[in-house]
Design a protein around this ligand. Structure first.
Ligand SMILES: NC(=O)c1ccc[n+]([C@@H]2O[C@H](COP(=O)([O-])OP(=O)(O)OC[C@H]3O[C@@H](n4cnc5c(N)ncnc54)[C@H](OP(=O)(O)O)[C@@H]3O)[C@@H](O)[C@H]2O)c1
Length: 283
């Protein structure tokens, strides 16, 4: 049995779906079983659990051999994943595949530090591990949908910096390998799309997909911060996101890898294809 945390989110839901489609026994950890019912293929076992409650995780890991460990974007990543690690040790889990972030090993920005702290704890635990370190997700662009619908100008502080954005289905397809095959233990996989794109290029691609002339405007961090805080995003997350934007702007996030092709035998999906599939969200 494979347990997936973060199973209702962008990546976790795809990991659950792909494992189930391939015929593996999969259990989805959810906080609200009522809310989650109907979200997964019928063969999926659904279990209640919370990353802030170790006992609930011990219960969820009964009979589990491998865990896809994904915690939400927050400074609590290492704390929550530490709870899951403790539960995994108590439950005799044989393999942890940790969902991390591209560049975690450099610990240059807060998101990397949060994830690296957890990676280190997992590496020291004695439980066999693999790290999945993805670049920025395609669906992050959905955060621009309001600006695209209302006026068509996207304000975002990444200048002309590029990011090797990636489809969450490709991240999931890579994650399925170490969850279900031997030979990936002790490895960290950097997962990106085939092409690094600026925000301007992503906006142009979305514009083509919806047949509308869109504009991208680089804005100072302070303006972006006010806007994100105004939308209710907690201050520590805003600060971490702006550090990430700075890294993009300075060219530190432009790496592109061939991990998707190497592990899955298929080229990564393109942002063009994703934008067409998701055009309705931007109209
Ligand atoms: N976005 C990016 O570009 C990017 C790039 C690299 C790495 N990352 C990393 O990717 C992760 C986010 O992945 P995602 O976008 O797939 O997640 P997401 O869509 O934001 O979903 C978060 C998931 O975590 C669950 N969750 C929240 N709090 C929980 C708790 N206390 N106990 C158990 N489950 C809880 C949510 O379940 P509910 O349904 O209960 O809310 C949901 O399933 C973060 O670690 C982030 O640092 C993101």
């Amino acid at each position: 049995m494979i347990l997936v945390t973060g199973s209702t989110g962008n990546v976790g839901s795809e990991v659950v779906k792909q494992l189930a489609q391939a015929g593996h026994k999969v259990r989805a950890l959810v906080r609200d079983t009522k809310e989650a019912s109907g979200k997964f293929p019928t063969t999926v076992d659904i279990v209640a659990g919370d990353l802030d409650n170790t006992d609930s995780l011990v219960n969820a890991m009964k009979g589990v051999s491998a865990v896809y460990l994904l915690a939400p974007f927050s400074p609590a990543v290492a704390k929550q994943e530490g709870n899951a690690l403790e539960a995994a040790k108590r439950s005799g889990v044989k393999r942890i595949v940790k969902h991390s972030v591209l560049g975690a090993q450099w610990e240059g920005i807060s998101i990397a530090k949060w994830h690296r702290a957890s990676e280190k704890a997992i590496e020291a635990s004695g439980v066999p591990w693999t790290h999945i370190r993805p670049s920025g997700f395609f669906p992050n662009a959905l955060n621009w949908a309001g600006m695209i619908k209302n006026g068509g100008t996207v304000y975002y502080p990444t200048g002309q910096g590029k990011l090797g954005v990636v489809d969450v289905r490709d991240i999931a397809a890579v994650a399925v390998k170490p969850l279900t095959e031997n030979g990936h233990e002790g490895k960290a996989y950097d997962v990106t799309g085939a092409q690094a794109l600026t925000s301007q290029e992503q906006v142009d691609i979305i514009g083509k997909a919806i047949g509308k002339q869109l504009t991208y405007v680089d804005v100072p961090n302070e303006a972006a911060k006010d806007s994100m805080l105004g939308q209710g995003m907690p201050a520590p997350l805003v600060d971490a996101l702006l550090e990430f934007c700075d890294a993009i702007k300075s060219g530190q996030a432009a790496a592109v890898t061939d991990t998707v092709q190497q592990l899955t035998g298929k080229p990564p999906r393109t942002f063009e294809a994703w934008a067409k599939e998701n055009a309705a969200a931007f109209r």
